[in-house]
Ligand binder design. Structure first.
Ligand SMILES: [Zn+2]
Length: 479
Protein backbone atom coordinates (compact mmCIF):
# COMPACT_ATOMS: atom_id res chain seq x y z
CA UNK A 1 0.00 0.00 0.00
CA UNK A 2 1.18 3.51 -0.72
CA UNK A 3 0.87 6.20 1.91
CA UNK A 4 0.52 9.94 1.72
CA UNK A 5 2.15 12.14 4.35
CA UNK A 6 0.02 14.83 5.96
CA UNK A 7 1.85 17.60 7.77
CA UNK A 8 0.61 20.63 9.67
CA UNK A 9 3.02 23.07 11.28
CA UNK A 10 2.86 25.20 14.40
CA UNK A 11 5.29 28.05 14.18
CA UNK A 12 6.31 30.13 17.16
CA UNK A 13 7.63 33.54 16.39
CA UNK A 14 9.13 35.98 18.88
CA UNK A 15 7.98 39.49 18.02
CA UNK A 16 10.67 42.12 17.79
CA UNK A 17 9.65 44.36 20.70
CA UNK A 18 12.12 45.93 23.09
CA UNK A 19 10.02 45.08 26.14
CA UNK A 20 7.92 42.06 27.09
CA UNK A 21 4.23 41.39 26.43
CA UNK A 22 2.89 42.19 29.90
CA UNK A 23 5.72 44.04 31.71
CA UNK A 24 8.56 46.45 31.00
CA UNK A 25 11.41 43.92 31.16
CA UNK A 26 13.94 43.97 28.33
CA UNK A 27 13.77 41.33 25.58
CA UNK A 28 17.42 41.61 24.61
CA UNK A 29 18.99 38.26 23.76
CA UNK A 30 22.08 36.78 25.39
CA UNK A 31 21.95 38.60 28.74
CA UNK A 32 23.11 36.96 31.93
CA UNK A 33 20.53 34.42 33.12
CA UNK A 34 17.61 35.79 35.17
CA UNK A 35 18.59 39.45 34.85
CA UNK A 36 15.69 40.43 32.54
CA UNK A 37 12.82 39.41 34.78
CA UNK A 38 10.55 40.89 37.39
CA UNK A 39 7.62 39.81 39.63
CA UNK A 40 5.20 40.08 36.66
CA UNK A 41 7.36 37.71 34.55
CA UNK A 42 7.31 35.29 37.45
CA UNK A 43 3.61 35.75 38.14
CA UNK A 44 4.15 36.52 41.80
CA UNK A 45 0.99 37.16 43.86
CA UNK A 46 -0.28 40.72 43.60
CA UNK A 47 1.19 41.42 40.15
CA UNK A 48 -0.96 42.24 37.14
CA UNK A 49 -0.18 41.99 33.42
CA UNK A 50 -0.30 45.19 31.31
CA UNK A 51 -0.52 45.11 27.48
CA UNK A 52 2.39 46.13 25.32
CA UNK A 53 0.83 48.06 22.43
CA UNK A 54 3.85 47.56 20.18
CA UNK A 55 3.44 43.77 20.47
CA UNK A 56 -0.12 44.07 19.22
CA UNK A 57 0.96 46.25 16.30
CA UNK A 58 3.62 43.72 15.30
CA UNK A 59 1.23 40.79 15.73
CA UNK A 60 -1.32 42.49 13.48
CA UNK A 61 1.44 43.33 10.99
CA UNK A 62 2.56 39.70 10.78
CA UNK A 63 -1.01 38.36 10.59
CA UNK A 64 -1.88 40.79 7.76
CA UNK A 65 1.29 39.81 5.89
CA UNK A 66 0.02 36.22 6.10
CA UNK A 67 -3.39 37.19 4.68
CA UNK A 68 -5.03 36.24 7.95
CA UNK A 69 -8.34 37.76 8.97
CA UNK A 70 -7.82 40.04 11.97
CA UNK A 71 -10.59 39.72 14.57
CA UNK A 72 -11.86 42.98 15.99
CA UNK A 73 -12.28 41.28 19.30
CA UNK A 74 -10.09 38.55 20.69
CA UNK A 75 -9.54 37.23 24.17
CA UNK A 76 -6.80 35.87 26.37
CA UNK A 77 -7.03 32.60 28.24
CA UNK A 78 -5.02 30.82 30.86
CA UNK A 79 -3.51 27.62 29.61
CA UNK A 80 -2.92 25.69 32.80
CA UNK A 81 -0.05 23.31 33.13
CA UNK A 82 2.92 22.96 35.35
CA UNK A 83 6.33 23.05 33.77
CA UNK A 84 9.24 24.77 35.49
CA UNK A 85 9.86 27.19 32.60
CA UNK A 86 6.57 28.94 33.49
CA UNK A 87 6.56 29.55 37.21
CA UNK A 88 2.95 30.80 37.28
CA UNK A 89 1.80 27.29 36.31
CA UNK A 90 -0.17 28.79 33.46
CA UNK A 91 0.58 30.52 30.20
CA UNK A 92 -1.42 33.50 28.99
CA UNK A 93 -2.46 32.52 25.49
CA UNK A 94 -5.41 32.80 23.13
CA UNK A 95 -7.65 29.81 22.63
CA UNK A 96 -11.27 30.21 21.59
CA UNK A 97 -10.96 33.74 20.24
CA UNK A 98 -7.60 34.16 18.51
CA UNK A 99 -6.21 37.42 17.16
CA UNK A 100 -6.64 36.28 13.54
CA UNK A 101 -8.32 33.43 11.72
CA UNK A 102 -7.45 31.78 8.42
CA UNK A 103 -4.89 33.14 5.99
CA UNK A 104 -2.58 31.55 3.47
CA UNK A 105 0.81 31.62 1.81
CA UNK A 106 1.61 31.01 -1.83
CA UNK A 107 4.62 28.71 -1.91
CA UNK A 108 6.69 27.85 -4.97
CA UNK A 109 7.23 24.10 -4.61
CA UNK A 110 9.06 21.94 -7.11
CA UNK A 111 5.67 20.76 -8.33
CA UNK A 112 4.56 24.36 -8.86
CA UNK A 113 2.91 27.21 -6.98
CA UNK A 114 0.49 26.04 -4.27
CA UNK A 115 -1.48 27.73 -1.56
CA UNK A 116 -0.88 26.55 2.02
CA UNK A 117 -3.75 27.59 4.27
CA UNK A 118 -3.47 28.79 7.81
CA UNK A 119 -5.94 27.97 10.55
CA UNK A 120 -5.15 30.73 13.00
CA UNK A 121 -2.63 33.25 14.25
CA UNK A 122 -2.64 34.04 17.95
CA UNK A 123 -0.66 35.87 20.59
CA UNK A 124 0.78 34.34 23.71
CA UNK A 125 3.60 34.81 26.16
CA UNK A 126 6.91 33.04 25.74
CA UNK A 127 8.08 30.55 28.37
CA UNK A 128 11.50 30.50 30.02
CA UNK A 129 14.39 28.38 28.89
CA UNK A 130 15.46 25.16 30.55
CA UNK A 131 19.15 24.37 30.44
CA UNK A 132 19.85 20.69 30.94
CA UNK A 133 23.10 19.60 32.57
CA UNK A 134 24.37 16.90 30.24
CA UNK A 135 24.21 16.22 26.54
CA UNK A 136 20.47 16.19 26.17
CA UNK A 137 17.10 16.34 27.89
CA UNK A 138 17.42 12.60 28.54
CA UNK A 139 19.60 11.56 31.43
CA UNK A 140 20.47 15.10 32.54
CA UNK A 141 21.65 15.21 36.17
CA UNK A 142 19.71 18.39 36.77
CA UNK A 143 18.23 21.31 34.83
CA UNK A 144 18.49 25.05 35.35
CA UNK A 145 15.97 27.63 34.29
CA UNK A 146 16.51 31.07 32.81
CA UNK A 147 13.46 33.36 33.01
CA UNK A 148 14.86 36.08 30.72
CA UNK A 149 12.74 34.74 27.86
CA UNK A 150 9.57 34.41 29.94
CA UNK A 151 6.93 36.85 28.77
CA UNK A 152 8.48 37.81 25.42
CA UNK A 153 5.56 38.26 22.98
CA UNK A 154 5.09 35.18 20.88
CA UNK A 155 2.97 34.71 17.81
CA UNK A 156 1.74 31.21 17.10
CA UNK A 157 0.93 30.46 13.48
CA UNK A 158 -0.95 27.21 12.84
CA UNK A 159 -1.19 25.83 9.33
CA UNK A 160 -3.87 23.56 7.93
CA UNK A 161 -2.64 20.00 7.24
CA UNK A 162 -1.74 21.05 3.69
CA UNK A 163 1.92 20.07 3.58
CA UNK A 164 2.93 16.76 2.03
CA UNK A 165 6.61 16.16 2.76
CA UNK A 166 9.62 17.25 4.79
CA UNK A 167 11.02 19.18 1.86
CA UNK A 168 7.67 20.98 1.39
CA UNK A 169 7.71 21.88 5.08
CA UNK A 170 11.16 23.35 4.64
CA UNK A 171 10.17 25.35 1.56
CA UNK A 172 7.06 26.63 3.34
CA UNK A 173 9.15 27.77 6.32
CA UNK A 174 11.67 29.52 4.10
CA UNK A 175 8.85 31.40 2.38
CA UNK A 176 7.20 32.22 5.71
CA UNK A 177 10.48 33.47 7.15
CA UNK A 178 11.11 35.73 4.21
CA UNK A 179 7.61 37.27 4.51
CA UNK A 180 7.91 37.73 8.27
CA UNK A 181 11.34 39.33 7.91
CA UNK A 182 9.92 41.72 5.31
CA UNK A 183 7.02 42.62 7.55
CA UNK A 184 9.56 43.60 10.23
CA UNK A 185 7.60 41.71 12.90
CA UNK A 186 10.46 39.45 13.94
CA UNK A 187 14.15 38.92 13.32
CA UNK A 188 13.29 35.24 12.67
CA UNK A 189 16.60 33.96 14.02
CA UNK A 190 16.18 30.21 14.34
CA UNK A 191 19.57 29.90 16.05
CA UNK A 192 18.39 32.30 18.81
CA UNK A 193 15.01 30.63 19.06
CA UNK A 194 12.99 33.58 17.76
CA UNK A 195 11.53 31.31 15.05
CA UNK A 196 10.68 27.76 16.08
CA UNK A 197 8.57 25.05 14.59
CA UNK A 198 6.71 21.94 15.74
CA UNK A 199 5.07 19.59 13.29
CA UNK A 200 2.07 17.29 13.36
CA UNK A 201 2.57 14.41 11.00
CA UNK A 202 0.43 11.45 10.03
CA UNK A 203 0.07 9.04 7.15
CA UNK A 204 -2.96 7.86 5.22
CA UNK A 205 -3.36 5.46 2.31
CA UNK A 206 -3.15 7.34 -0.99
CA UNK A 207 -6.66 8.15 -2.19
CA UNK A 208 -8.33 8.07 1.22
CA UNK A 209 -9.78 11.20 2.81
CA UNK A 210 -9.58 10.75 6.58
CA UNK A 211 -6.56 11.42 8.76
CA UNK A 212 -4.34 8.88 10.44
CA UNK A 213 -3.10 9.09 14.02
CA UNK A 214 -0.56 11.85 14.21
CA UNK A 215 2.66 12.36 16.09
CA UNK A 216 3.98 15.75 17.09
CA UNK A 217 7.67 16.38 16.40
CA UNK A 218 9.45 19.03 18.46
CA UNK A 219 12.95 20.45 18.85
CA UNK A 220 13.80 20.98 15.20
CA UNK A 221 16.29 23.82 15.28
CA UNK A 222 16.97 24.51 11.63
CA UNK A 223 15.20 24.26 8.28
CA UNK A 224 17.38 21.30 7.45
CA UNK A 225 16.39 19.60 10.74
CA UNK A 226 12.68 20.07 9.89
CA UNK A 227 13.18 18.39 6.55
CA UNK A 228 15.25 15.48 7.92
CA UNK A 229 13.08 14.92 10.99
CA UNK A 230 9.83 14.79 9.03
CA UNK A 231 11.32 12.50 6.43
CA UNK A 232 12.48 10.19 9.24
CA UNK A 233 9.15 10.30 11.07
CA UNK A 234 7.17 9.54 7.90
CA UNK A 235 9.37 6.49 7.28
CA UNK A 236 8.93 5.36 10.89
CA UNK A 237 5.14 5.56 10.68
CA UNK A 238 5.10 3.88 7.30
CA UNK A 239 7.02 0.90 8.70
CA UNK A 240 4.52 0.56 11.57
CA UNK A 241 1.49 0.80 9.26
CA UNK A 242 2.95 -1.51 6.62
CA UNK A 243 3.60 -4.10 9.36
CA UNK A 244 -0.06 -3.96 10.38
CA UNK A 245 0.60 -1.95 13.55
CA UNK A 246 -0.96 1.28 14.75
CA UNK A 247 0.72 4.63 15.30
CA UNK A 248 0.29 6.02 18.82
CA UNK A 249 -0.59 9.67 19.30
CA UNK A 250 2.49 11.07 21.00
CA UNK A 251 5.01 13.86 21.16
CA UNK A 252 8.46 13.10 19.80
CA UNK A 253 11.75 14.84 20.33
CA UNK A 254 14.05 15.20 17.31
CA UNK A 255 17.52 14.04 18.24
CA UNK A 256 19.80 16.01 15.94
CA UNK A 257 22.92 14.00 16.79
CA UNK A 258 21.36 10.58 16.20
CA UNK A 259 19.00 11.79 13.46
CA UNK A 260 16.03 9.98 14.96
CA UNK A 261 12.74 10.94 16.60
CA UNK A 262 12.30 9.78 20.20
CA UNK A 263 8.83 9.59 21.82
CA UNK A 264 8.78 11.67 25.03
CA UNK A 265 5.18 11.65 26.15
CA UNK A 266 1.73 10.77 25.00
CA UNK A 267 0.16 13.81 23.43
CA UNK A 268 -2.05 16.01 25.56
CA UNK A 269 -5.45 17.00 24.25
CA UNK A 270 -6.55 20.63 24.71
CA UNK A 271 -8.82 19.50 27.60
CA UNK A 272 -5.70 18.61 29.57
CA UNK A 273 -4.86 22.29 29.76
CA UNK A 274 -8.07 23.40 31.49
CA UNK A 275 -8.23 26.67 29.58
CA UNK A 276 -10.28 29.45 31.10
CA UNK A 277 -10.55 33.18 30.34
CA UNK A 278 -7.70 35.23 31.80
CA UNK A 279 -9.39 37.28 34.54
CA UNK A 280 -6.64 39.90 34.76
CA UNK A 281 -6.93 41.12 31.16
CA UNK A 282 -9.80 42.75 29.29
CA UNK A 283 -10.69 41.30 25.90
CA UNK A 284 -8.49 42.79 23.17
CA UNK A 285 -10.58 45.18 21.06
CA UNK A 286 -9.07 46.59 17.87
CA UNK A 287 -10.61 49.33 15.80
CA UNK A 288 -10.73 49.20 12.02
CA UNK A 289 -8.61 52.33 11.61
CA UNK A 290 -5.81 50.80 13.63
CA UNK A 291 -5.86 47.74 11.38
CA UNK A 292 -6.06 49.68 8.12
CA UNK A 293 -3.22 51.99 9.20
CA UNK A 294 -1.03 48.92 9.68
CA UNK A 295 -2.23 47.37 6.42
CA UNK A 296 -1.23 50.55 4.57
CA UNK A 297 2.22 50.56 6.12
CA UNK A 298 2.98 46.96 5.09
CA UNK A 299 5.90 46.80 2.70
CA UNK A 300 5.72 45.09 -0.66
CA UNK A 301 6.05 41.35 0.01
CA UNK A 302 9.03 39.33 -1.25
CA UNK A 303 7.28 37.44 -4.08
CA UNK A 304 5.93 40.64 -5.63
CA UNK A 305 9.14 42.53 -5.09
CA UNK A 306 11.16 39.82 -6.77
CA UNK A 307 8.97 39.87 -9.85
CA UNK A 308 9.03 43.67 -10.02
CA UNK A 309 12.79 43.94 -9.53
CA UNK A 310 13.43 41.27 -12.16
CA UNK A 311 11.27 43.14 -14.64
CA UNK A 312 12.37 46.69 -13.86
CA UNK A 313 16.11 46.24 -13.37
CA UNK A 314 16.72 43.10 -15.41
CA UNK A 315 18.63 41.43 -12.57
CA UNK A 316 19.53 37.74 -12.57
CA UNK A 317 18.25 35.08 -10.19
CA UNK A 318 21.29 35.08 -7.91
CA UNK A 319 21.24 38.88 -7.58
CA UNK A 320 17.52 38.76 -6.80
CA UNK A 321 18.12 36.04 -4.20
CA UNK A 322 20.47 38.31 -2.28
CA UNK A 323 18.15 41.33 -2.45
CA UNK A 324 15.07 39.34 -1.44
CA UNK A 325 16.97 37.87 1.49
CA UNK A 326 18.24 41.29 2.60
CA UNK A 327 15.50 43.89 2.46
CA UNK A 328 17.58 46.88 3.68
CA UNK A 329 20.16 46.14 0.98
CA UNK A 330 17.42 45.99 -1.65
CA UNK A 331 16.01 49.30 -0.36
CA UNK A 332 19.48 50.84 -0.66
CA UNK A 333 19.88 49.52 -4.19
CA UNK A 334 16.52 50.92 -5.24
CA UNK A 335 17.23 54.32 -3.71
CA UNK A 336 20.56 54.47 -5.55
CA UNK A 337 18.97 53.22 -8.78
CA UNK A 338 16.79 56.34 -8.88
CA UNK A 339 19.92 58.33 -9.69
CA UNK A 340 22.04 55.77 -11.48
CA UNK A 341 20.76 53.72 -14.37
CA UNK A 342 23.47 51.13 -15.06
CA UNK A 343 21.54 48.71 -12.84
CA UNK A 344 23.76 45.72 -13.51
CA UNK A 345 26.90 47.60 -12.47
CA UNK A 346 25.10 49.08 -9.47
CA UNK A 347 23.92 45.64 -8.31
CA UNK A 348 27.45 44.25 -8.65
CA UNK A 349 28.89 47.00 -6.51
CA UNK A 350 26.10 46.91 -3.91
CA UNK A 351 26.30 43.14 -3.46
CA UNK A 352 30.09 43.04 -3.73
CA UNK A 353 32.35 45.73 -2.31
CA UNK A 354 29.57 47.72 -0.65
CA UNK A 355 28.22 44.74 1.31
CA UNK A 356 31.75 43.64 2.15
CA UNK A 357 32.64 47.07 3.57
CA UNK A 358 29.38 47.25 5.53
CA UNK A 359 30.25 43.97 7.24
CA UNK A 360 33.87 45.01 7.83
CA UNK A 361 32.69 48.19 9.52
CA UNK A 362 29.66 46.75 11.27
CA UNK A 363 27.25 49.13 9.52
CA UNK A 364 23.78 48.73 8.08
CA UNK A 365 22.74 49.81 4.56
CA UNK A 366 20.27 52.34 5.97
CA UNK A 367 23.14 54.23 7.64
CA UNK A 368 24.70 55.11 4.27
CA UNK A 369 23.42 57.82 1.91
CA UNK A 370 22.68 56.34 -1.53
CA UNK A 371 23.60 59.72 -3.16
CA UNK A 372 27.18 59.36 -1.95
CA UNK A 373 27.42 55.89 -3.40
CA UNK A 374 26.11 57.14 -6.74
CA UNK A 375 28.67 59.97 -6.57
CA UNK A 376 31.43 57.39 -6.19
CA UNK A 377 30.27 55.23 -9.08
CA UNK A 378 29.97 58.32 -11.27
CA UNK A 379 33.55 59.42 -10.50
CA UNK A 380 34.71 55.96 -11.51
CA UNK A 381 32.62 55.88 -14.64
CA UNK A 382 33.92 59.25 -15.81
CA UNK A 383 37.48 58.00 -15.34
CA UNK A 384 38.22 60.57 -12.63
CA UNK A 385 39.37 57.83 -10.29
CA UNK A 386 40.42 54.24 -10.87
CA UNK A 387 39.10 51.08 -9.26
CA UNK A 388 41.59 50.74 -6.39
CA UNK A 389 40.97 54.39 -5.43
CA UNK A 390 37.22 53.81 -5.67
CA UNK A 391 37.51 50.94 -3.20
CA UNK A 392 39.57 53.06 -0.83
CA UNK A 393 37.02 55.89 -1.00
CA UNK A 394 34.15 53.47 -0.49
CA UNK A 395 35.70 52.27 2.75
CA UNK A 396 36.08 55.83 3.99
CA UNK A 397 32.61 56.80 2.88
CA UNK A 398 31.14 53.92 4.88
CA UNK A 399 33.27 54.60 7.94
CA UNK A 400 32.72 58.37 8.13
CA UNK A 401 29.91 59.20 5.73
CA UNK A 402 32.31 61.41 3.76
CA UNK A 403 31.64 62.54 0.21
CA UNK A 404 33.85 60.72 -2.33
CA UNK A 405 34.05 63.88 -4.48
CA UNK A 406 35.34 65.94 -1.57
CA UNK A 407 37.77 63.21 -0.59
CA UNK A 408 39.23 63.16 -4.11
CA UNK A 409 39.83 66.91 -3.95
CA UNK A 410 41.15 66.90 -0.40
CA UNK A 411 43.55 64.04 -0.92
CA UNK A 412 44.46 64.74 -4.52
CA UNK A 413 43.34 61.28 -5.48
CA UNK A 414 42.22 62.17 -8.98
CA UNK A 415 43.42 59.81 -11.62
CA UNK A 416 46.80 60.40 -13.25
CA UNK A 417 46.51 59.82 -16.97
CA UNK A 418 48.27 60.79 -20.18
CA UNK A 419 51.90 60.62 -21.26
CA UNK A 420 52.68 64.09 -20.01
CA UNK A 421 52.28 63.10 -16.38
CA UNK A 422 53.22 59.43 -16.63
CA UNK A 423 56.34 59.49 -18.85
CA UNK A 424 58.61 61.14 -16.26
CA UNK A 425 57.60 58.50 -13.72
CA UNK A 426 58.14 55.72 -16.26
CA UNK A 427 61.60 57.08 -17.06
CA UNK A 428 62.45 57.15 -13.37
CA UNK A 429 61.40 53.50 -12.92
CA UNK A 430 63.33 52.39 -16.01
CA UNK A 431 66.45 54.10 -14.71
CA UNK A 432 66.08 52.56 -11.26
CA UNK A 433 65.45 48.98 -12.44
CA UNK A 434 67.92 48.12 -15.25
CA UNK A 435 67.77 44.38 -14.46
CA UNK A 436 64.01 44.18 -14.89
CA UNK A 437 64.24 46.16 -18.16
CA UNK A 438 66.89 43.72 -19.42
CA UNK A 439 64.74 40.75 -18.40
CA UNK A 440 61.79 42.20 -20.30
CA UNK A 441 63.97 42.65 -23.39
CA UNK A 442 64.91 38.96 -23.14
CA UNK A 443 61.24 38.05 -23.31
CA UNK A 444 60.33 37.67 -19.64
CA UNK A 445 56.76 38.98 -19.52
CA UNK A 446 56.69 39.03 -15.73
CA UNK A 447 59.25 41.82 -15.73
CA UNK A 448 56.75 44.23 -17.31
CA UNK A 449 54.21 43.50 -14.58
CA UNK A 450 56.88 44.32 -12.03
CA UNK A 451 57.71 47.62 -13.71
CA UNK A 452 54.03 48.59 -14.03
CA UNK A 453 53.76 47.91 -10.31
CA UNK A 454 56.67 50.24 -9.56
CA UNK A 455 55.15 53.13 -11.52
CA UNK A 456 51.75 52.42 -9.99
CA UNK A 457 53.34 52.71 -6.55
CA UNK A 458 54.77 56.14 -7.46
CA UNK A 459 51.26 57.32 -8.44
CA UNK A 460 49.82 55.83 -5.23
CA UNK A 461 47.58 53.62 -7.31
CA UNK A 462 46.06 56.49 -9.27
CA UNK A 463 47.08 55.43 -12.78
CA UNK A 464 45.42 52.99 -15.12
CA UNK A 465 47.50 49.78 -15.32
CA UNK A 466 46.50 49.21 -18.96
CA UNK A 467 47.72 52.63 -20.00
CA UNK A 468 50.93 52.23 -18.00
CA UNK A 469 51.61 48.88 -19.59
CA UNK A 470 51.29 50.35 -23.07
CA UNK A 471 53.42 53.42 -22.33
CA UNK A 472 56.14 51.35 -20.65
CA UNK A 473 56.50 49.01 -23.60
CA UNK A 474 56.68 51.97 -25.97
CA UNK A 475 59.28 53.71 -23.86
CA UNK A 476 61.52 50.67 -23.54
CA UNK A 477 61.34 49.92 -27.26
CA UNK A 478 62.35 53.52 -28.04
CA UNK A 479 65.47 53.27 -25.94
ZN1 LIG B 1 9.07 41.36 33.77
Amino acid sequence: MHYETIIGLEIHLELQTSSKLFCGCSTSFGQEANTNCCPVCLGLPGTLPVFNKRAIELAVTAALALNSDIQLQSRFDRKNYYYPDLPKAYQISQYEQPLAKGGYLEVEFESGLRRINLERVHLEEEAGKLIHAGDSIFGADYSLVDYNRTGIPLLEIVTAPDIRSGSEARKFLETLRSILLYSGASDCKMEEGSLRCDANISLRPVGSQGYGVKAEVKNMNSFRAVETALYYEAKRQEKILAGGGTVIQQTCHWDEAEKITIPIRSKEGSSDYRYFPEPDLLPLTLDKDFISRIAESLPEMPGKRRARMAEHYGLGESELDIFIENRPLADFFEAAAEKYDDYKNLANWVQGDFLYQLRENDKKPEEIKPELFVELLTLLEKGQINRPVAKELLAEMIQNGSSPKELVEEKGLGRIAGGEKLIPLIEQVIAENPDAVENYRQGKEKAITFLVGRVMALTKGRADPGELNKLLREKISQQ
